[in-house]
Design a protein around this ligand. Structure first.
Ligand code: URA
Length: 445
């Protein structure tokens, strides 16, 4: 392999062969190609674009850079879900329990918070003693016994992505759809799943600000999934306002428990049921999404989904008592209230999800640096959402934080208040779920 020739070809807009891409990715992962050459390649591809053929080759090389799990000896059609990230996005938590309670095995490998967005792992770890690390034999055996397992990325799954992602982060090459799609899909395909449901978000609180970019990302990932024989469905969803009322780690787990108990905010419930229905159909347990949604509602009403969640928490070492009694979790009470300012009244017209996400990171719910620890109880409860009527002095939101973050509470509260917009009229409420894509094309059924 001649790395300089590969970089030059890409720089000049030529299509690379599978062999060139594979050789480059393997040599970079093993340390035989230095960061500076890989960085040059990344920028050349970013500027010149990549063909579908190249993207499939890149995904294949990243996927096979480490362990590719084989779960085919376990019964059932294994289905996972991935969200491109948002604020208040706790959906994976109730979703995994509901789908599993409907008889579809859910092997879920999730990530930590990234930038202003939260991560499922940080949320689950806010349940005292819940462990998200497990070796592969334990992962397989929990999936076989319980039908659901939720862990973090291991070092041996798609190590090329880990290394390339870190380099992209410092070379301004993150925001490139072929790289994002190859990064997400290589990790998901390495899990050994049979089918995948994607929640591709766009809007102020999403990584893709524009709907058309989110559509392109969804199309790219569905195409990649199909190229590797993994049935993939994507829902295109709006992320302008935080999902639900809770933003943070423990507060989002508590809200997920509400959903499993038959309550929870309408937007969280609607998105959970829509994604669950897609997973249940892909898992072969229902003929269409209508029947699947009926099954999903049934396991919530019967308590089977809640029992499955408790079993998951128990299996992964977590404290089941706080799942049954969320108020008993130490530090869960609010430490401050945010009120509607003087002279303001009418309606909440918008809540900027990006601003809320950044305020929650400042409060300690997320990380500013990779090595930072998160405060498991830090977060907000939004008591008013767009469309709510508000009066001067009324409580808009609650702030939760451990005592150690006391000094951040006032400034994070001020940042949260600044995320709210008020007006005389309620404003429009555009649909949360905008479209649906599968291998046959876009179609909201
Ligand atoms: N999430 C990923 O896993 N990879 C990306 O490139 C972007 C978001």
């Amino acid at each position: 392999m001649n790395v300089v020739n590969i970089i030059r070809s890409k720089r000049d807009g030529q299509e690379l062969s599978d062999a060139d891409i594979d050789a480059l990715v393997s040599a970079y992962t093993s340390g035989d190609v230095p960061d500076y050459q890989m960085a040059a390649f990344l920028m050349a591809a970013f500027k010149s674009g990549m063909t579908t053929h190249e993207m499939v080759a890149l995904t294949r090389s990243m996927l096979h850079s480490g362990v590719v799990l084989d779960l085919s000896d376990l019964p059932g059609i294994k289905v996972d879900k991935h969200s491109t990230g948002g604020v208040g996005d706790k959906i994976s938590i109730p979703l995994a329990a509901i789908v599993s309670a409907c008889g579809v095995p859910v092997p879920m490998i999730s990530g930590r918070g990234l930038g202003h967005t939260g991560g499922t792992l940080d949320k689950l770890e806010s349940i005292p003693r819940f462990s998200t690390s497990m070796d592969i034999p334990a992962y397989r055996s929990q999936l076989a016994d319980l039908g659901v397992v939720m862990i973090g990325q291991t070092d041996d799954i798609a190590p090329a992505d880990k290394k390339i992602y870190a380099l992209r982060d410092v070379t301004a090459t993150v925001e490139f759809i072929p790289f994002i799609a190859a990064s997400i899909m290589s990790k998901k395909l390495a899990e050994g799943i049979d089918a995948l449901v994607l929640d591709v978000k766009f809007g102020a609180g999403a990584f893709m600000k524009q709907e058309q970019d989110a559509r392109r990302l969804a199309e790219t990932m569905v195409r990649l999934g199909e190229a590797f024989g993994t049935k993939t469905v994507a829902l295109l969803t709006r992320m302008d306002t935080p999902l639900g009322a809770a933003v943070g780690n423990w507060v989002e787990v508590a809200e997920s428990i509400d959903v499993l108990g038959g309550g929870g905010p309408p937007d969280v419930l609607a998105l959970t049921l829509a994604l669950a229905a897609e997973m249940i159909v892909l898992g072969g347990k229902a003929a269409d999404v209508r029947e699947a949604e009926h099954l999903a509602r049934g396991v919530v009403e019967s308590g089977a989904a809640m029992r499955r969640f408790e079993a998951l928490v128990r299996a992964q070492g977590g404290d089941v008592d706080v799942v049954r009694h969320p108020d008993r979790r130490p530090g869960s009470a609010a430490v401050s209230e945010i009120r509607v300012p003087e002279g303001v009244g009418g309606y909440v017209t918008a809540i900027d999800a990006m601003a809320v996400g950044l305020a929650s990171v400042a409060l300690g719910a997320g990380r500013r640096r990779k090595e930072d620890a998160v405060d498991p109880v830090a977060g907000f409860t939004l008591l008013k959402k767009p469309g709510s009527v508000v009066q001067e002095g009324e409580v808009l939101a609650l702030v939760h934080a451990s005592l150690s973050s006391g000094e951040h509470v006032a400034s994070a509260g001020a940042d949260l208040l600044a995320a709210f917009s008020f007006g005389e009229a309620p404003g429009e409420a555009p649909p949360l779920i905008v479209d649906r894509l599968d291998a046959t094309g876009w179609k909201r059924s």
